[in-house]
Design a protein. Sequence first.
Length: 235
Amino acid sequence: MNTCLRATPTRQDDPELPEFGANRIATYTVECADPNRHDRAVRLLIERMYEWRGLMPVDTDLHTARPDRITLVASDEHAIFGTITLGLDGKDGILADALYPDELLRLRQRGARLCELTRLAMDTDINAREVLGALLHLVYIHGRLIHGVTDVVIEVHPRHAGFYQRMLGFRRIGDERICPRVNAPALLLHLELSYVDAQIANHGGSRDAGVKTLYPYFLSLAEQERILRRLVVPH
């Protein structure tokens, strides 16, 4: 099963993404990471972007052989400039269980089917809103529509929590703790995917600058359905 989205960005300013530059790309591709083509580039991107923020990632290898991990990459003809990994809950849990077992247990006890987002890295030279929206929507397709997850969590540095809350609707459910994977403080944020369902239906693909979230830069429902059919129908 593979994802491949090729797109041409629309021209928009990104006042809510001050950490990212203004360089724009003509076209880009989002696809599942291939260890033969992407492993080294993904590792270098994660290490560079995390170190730039004072973080120290200890696991930057691709886990393409693990059915509970799905890594996506965004690239153009020159380089990979974005990546994110979806982790699915299972018998071994998810990475966030190490710091927040009680918080995640409460979610599971109420019937949540969990996934987590990890290893998000975007090159700071890229004007990222549309590319980030595409990456996150393809993660949503894999997690929500293919694997049936209901809730997503993410561990973030406290100074980045406001971005996820404003732009995606996450809420904080865990106190600040030190994450040994990056040797830095972390907060646990949570989002019910039913909220994302509604935001995509209302705003996906609209590129409406008046909506101050990332959801207008997600795909439209028609684009979502086209990609979903390609992923689940045998070729």
